[in-house]
Write a protein that binds this ligand. Structure first.
Ligand SMILES: Cc1cc2nc3c(=O)[nH]c(=O)nc-3n(C[C@H](O)[C@H](O)[C@H](O)COP(=O)(O)OP(=O)(O)OC[C@H]3O[C@@H](n4cnc5c(N)ncnc54)[C@H](O)[C@@H]3O)c2cc1C
Length: 448
């Protein structure tokens, strides 16, 4: 029996099966262990007695020119490449245009099958469709990012956490299982084959330790000290109670499924923090993929629910007390020291606490001429500076903050209409704003 649930696998392109290596186009899930897409690729290669090859692309088009993300990703791939060698799986990293490189690699190795990992994001889906158009061999997509595969959890856009939660919870028993191991691969590429000429040896200085081992270390640290504080303090930006795992999960250096299994193992005596953490890690994260998969306009006004669109239209002409340009937002040049502190941290470190992210995006709405402009500014800053940017969680979090996605209508007020409002005084009631601003000043010291 196959070790990989069929529900994870989608045939993108039937193609004509030919004898040849299996190519795993590693896109969103950049890890060797705990990776359903790589396991599936290996299974196909073992059954057909073929070599297995990995290709990954460092394509700036996927990163909104976010150099911090590019360095972090390349650093992770350096570790991965070395380790893949020990499994007998040659791994190549290519610069530039993803479609061109993957098609070239298929031809170079005369590959017989392509396997890639699932992404709901527009650019990734376009790339996949274009690769499939250019080659005649079978292409498979495997959901290695979600615990309950996104297409299985739901076949439509969900209204909110309350509608997707029962669907996911019903299926966790089937999907939240231990992973089989990746095996040393017995079938090697012919020695006469050289590396594709465009392949590069990644060289980079990462903004923080990168790769699966670094990700595991961050996870273990959270399991031993952060998880117990999670329920009570996760919304307090001056307490270190969140996991800090989002960059690792974004690049798939760590499987969310591994994190969930580990949290269940260590957290079973204290149910409240465990439940609160799994709600974010599983339900909210998978809801974001659901939103992006089923909402072609996930990053525009048209993606907002109809009540929020109507309400924004009614409040379009409301006077704004403050109006800032994209440049002023970027340089943290607003009247609000709390907002400036959060934005400065984003630029200097690529990080912003989850609670501050909501405040940050809502204030961009309040201080922009239109919700459309606010959306453009928030997405641009998040994607260009955040280490976990260019992610379905980002598009969904911003759409939640500015456009009421997955939320309900609230009391009507100026500018926000019925979209939930957040205030600086509300932040003061929740946490020590002065301490946050002071710590941000320390963290950004020395950054021009
Ligand atoms: C305006 C805005 C922008 C955001 N941009 C991003 C982004 O670019 N990339 C990103 O990964 N997340 C984003 N989020 C979601 C969330 O804020 C971050 O995932 C979280 O703060 C990351 O820190 P952590 O890993 O310590 O989270 P933890 O609280 O430790 O949670 C563990 C994991 O659960 C998932 N998660 C947590 N909160 C959410 C959430 N609200 N929605 C979906 N998944 C969640 C993440 O994968 C996270 O790494 C954004 C939220 C908002 C409101």
């Amino acid at each position: 029996m196959s070790e990989i649930d069929d529900a994870r696998v989608r045939t993108v392109h039937e193609g004509t099966a030919t004898a040849g290596p299996v190519l795993y186009w590693m896109n969103r899930d950049q890890r060797l262990e705990d990776n359903w897409a790589l396991l599936y690729a290996q299974q196909r290669a073992l059954v057909s007695g073929q070599p297995l090859v990995i290709a990954a692309c460092a394509d700036p088009a996927r990163f909104s020119s976010n150099e911090r993300q590019m360095s972090f990703m390349l650093a992770g791939l350096i570790h991965l490449q070395k380790k893949a060698d020990t499994y007998g799986i040659p791994t190549y990293v290519f610069p530039g245009d993803t479609v061109k490189r993957i098609v070239q690699t298929v031809r170079h190795f005369a590959a017989g099958t392509v396997v890639t990992d699932f992404s709901p994001l527009r650019k990734d889906r376009e790339n996949l469709a274009r690769v499939a158009e250019h080659i005649s061999i079978p292409v498979y997509e495997v959901d290695a990012h979600n615990i309950v595969p996104c297409r299985t959890a739901s076949d439509k856009r969900e209204y909110g956490a309350y509608t997707i939660r029962p669907r996911i919870n019903r299926q966790l028993g089937r999907f939240l299982t231990e992973f089989p191991p990746l095996r040393p691969h017995p079938h090697r590429l012919s020695e006469t084959l050289t590396a594709p000429s465009a392949a590069i040896v990644p060289q980079t200085i990462s903004p923080l330790p990168s790769g699966s081992e670094a990700a595991m270390a961050v996870m273990q640290r959270f399991m031993s000290s952060g998880l117990t504080r999670y329920f009570e303090h996760r919304n307090n930006p001056v307490v270190d109670a969140q996991s800090g795992l989002s960059p690792y999960l974004h690049f798939g250096q760590l499987a969310a499924q591994r994190v969930a299994l580990e949290a269940q193992r260590v957290g079973d005596r204290d149910i409240k923090p465990l439940e609160a953490f799994l709600e974010q890690l599983i339900v909210r994260r998978e809801l974001s993929d659901n939103f992006c998969l089923h909402t072609p306009e996930y990053d525009s006004f048209e993606g907002f629910p109809s009540w929020a669109q109507a309400s924004h239209l009614e409040h379009r002409g409301d006077p704004r007390s403050y109006l800032y340009s994209p440049q002023q937002f970027e340089t943290a040049d607003t009247h609000d020291p709390l907002w400036n502190a959060a934005q400065s941290l984003l630029v200097s470190s690529g990080r912003m606490h989850g609670y501050m992210r909501m405040y940050w995006a809502k204030k961009i709405l309040e201080w922009s001429a239109t919700p459309e402009q606010a959306l453009v500014v928030a997405i641009d800053l998040n994607d260009r500076f955040a280490l976990d940017g260019n992610d379905s969680n980002g598009y969904t979090g911003i759409a939640w903050s500015i456009g009421g996605v997955h939320d309900r209508p609230w009391f009507e007020r100026d500018i926000f209409g019925k979209v939930r409002y957040m205030s600086e005084s509300g932040c003061r009631r929740k946490f020590d704003v002065k301490a946050y601003i002071a710590s941000a000043a320390v963290d950004t010291a020395g950054v021009a």
